[in-house]
Design a protein. Structure first.
Length: 490
């Protein structure tokens, strides 16, 4: 398969922990081809940067022109630029370039060394010219402080700083809280002015982790080139860096080399995505166990038809009933489910589900904006959440639900969908990553159900394969027997 091409425009770190070297390792691990435009050659080790020699503007121009000829990039990461003549050449190119651009606005090293060979105030005023050409700018707290010329001391300050950096022209900004030691979690804040979120991971012991910022911005760049949306790219990049820190090799003097060895697919690295910063790990919902064949139906008539066949999990997804009629239908459905010892999840109507004592509630992403999740948790109902992509899974993770549904696995006509099918390969990846019971949904039918079963998901949800079948009873019996043949679902 042809690899996507990405560039890093940054400095060389002779010790290989940060800079161009970290960027290329990240690109390699995330499956894109990395090219480099080297802006400076540093002599450095774990103690300090001993020497920096900036490359001439002429050479920057030549490097860019050579690559532009036959290594045209899908995305570009910009790291250390260092002086105004380099900045000018990069700016000239970016004005002609329409792909993705990620800017890590490096001004100081973690140890506080200046990484620019010109007056900092002047450099900052010049680098702002790049802001309007980038998709995301990724300052840490001290870089954000330098850009804005004031201190950032609280989460509220971080949010205000992000808005202000946006007003300087960037399409979106991610302020990294990794160095914000007073915080219990490592929390990053992203906004594009319309949407915003916090991403939080457990904080690891304070050490001199080399190249976290370079790695994060190059991971975002790689994921944008791979076709992920900006929000997904940020979640995957945060996972990648967290994994790198978690598995870092500790060297002398408390320096640590990030691990760069694989696509991140461990739940410990998945951040919690929330609207507000968090202070503790989200409380767990009660368990729902294995789910098996999981029809999603829109009326009590289907519940009456399917439960006698041996269906043990079902979702009532009523879309066009209201008031007394709706309440009556939910109430009766709950009674029937109890009679058959089946797990009935109510879609959307969480308040009625609580009042009427349902087994659980299923919510889509939009419903999460309005439902009172704590109330559902306190009422001891199970909660399932629909997800379609990385950032939605990170958001679901922040509610610690009873199960997570992923889809569409295949193309579906039952729901208008702005997400491409995940396919079996991404479903396998989610199975590997998540400890939650996992429900696969979207386009699953008798022809492809074996492929889904092989991924060892805990539930298989389907609509049309049952409700649009010529003979729904026969279709359900066949699907049930397929599930029962597979030991893990029997
Ligand atoms: N969420 C993701 S796909 C989908 C939903 C509700 C529809 C699944 O319907 P079908 O007919 O089984 O493809
Ligand atoms: Mg819904």
């Amino acid at each position: 398969m042809k690899q996507e091409i990405v560039w890093t425009i940054a400095g060389s770190d002779s010790s290989g922990g940060a800079g161009i070297q970290a960027d290329l390792k990240t690109f390699q691990n995330l499956g894109v081809h990395g090219c480099s435009v080297i802006t400076a050659v540093t002599a450095q080790n774990n103690q300090a940067i001993q020497k920096i020699e900036f490359i001439s503007g002429k050479s920057i121009e030549s490097q860019i022109q050579s690559l532009n000829h036959d290594f045209f990039p899908k995305a570009i990461k910009i790291g250390m630029l260092g002086n105004l003549s380099i900045l000018e050449k990069v700016l000239d190119y970016l004005r002609t370039y329409s792909g993705y651009v990620v800017l890590d606005p490096i001004i100081l090293s973690s140890s506080g060394n200046h990484l620019v060979d010109t007056d900092i105030t002047n450099y900052i005023s010049q680098i702002k010219k790049i802001f309007s050409l980038v998709d995301v700018i990724t300052p840490n707290i001290s870089e954000a402080e330098n850009i804005l010329g004031r201190n950032i001391k609280s989460h509220q300050d971080v949010e205000n700083a992000a808005s202000e950096i946006l007003s300087l022209g960037a399409k979106s900004v991610l302020i990294k809280g990794g160095h914000f030691q007073q915080d219990h979690f490592s929390q990053d804040y992203w906004t594009n002015g319309l949407e915003s979120f916090w991403l939080s991971n457990k904080r690891y012991p304070d050490r001199n982790y080399r190249g976290t910022g370079c790695t994060l911005s190059s991971a975002i760049t790689a994921c944008l080139a791979l076709g992920y949306t900006i929000k997904d790219a940020i979640v995957i990049a945060k996972m990648y860096v967290n994994r790198g820190i978690r598995l870092a090799e500790i060297m002398h003097d408390d320096a640590a080399l990030l691990n760069h060895s694989a696509w991140p697919q461990e739940e410990v690295d998945l951040p919690y995505m929330t609207q507000q910063p968090i202070h503790e790990v989200p409380e767990k919902f009660i368990a729902c166990g294995a789910l098996g064949l999981y029809p999603v139906v829109d009326s009590i008539d289907w519940i009456k038809k399917l439960l006698p066949l041996g269906v043990k999990t079902i979702q009532l997804r009523i879309k066009n009933k209201y008031g007394i009629e709706l309440e009556k239908e939910i109430k009766e459905s709950i009674n029937i489910a109890k009679k058959y010892h089946a797990k009935l999840f109510i879609n959307d109507y969480w308040e009625l589900a609580i009042t009427l004592g349902a087994y659980g509630v299923h919510l889509g992403q939009e419903d999460l904006n309005t439902a009172d999740i704590n109330k559902i948790r306190k009422a001891n109902l199970r909660l399932g959440i629909s997800t379609h992509c990385y950032y939605e899974v990170a958001r679901a993770h922040a509610f610690n639900p009873s199960y997570i549904a992923c889809g569409p696995i295949f193309p579906t006509t039952s729901k208008i969908m702005s997400f491409a099918p995940l396919g079996i390969s991404q479903l396998k990846r989610w199975r590997q990553t998540l400890h939650y019971p996992l429900v696969a949904i979207g386009g699953i039918n008798i022809k492809n159900i074996n492929d889904v079963l092989q991924t060892s998901v805990n539930g298989i949800a389907l609509i049309s394969a049952i409700t649009q079948a010529q003979d729904p009873i026969d279709a359900t019996n066949k699907l049930l027997s397929r599930m029962n043949h597979n030991v893990s679902y029997a």
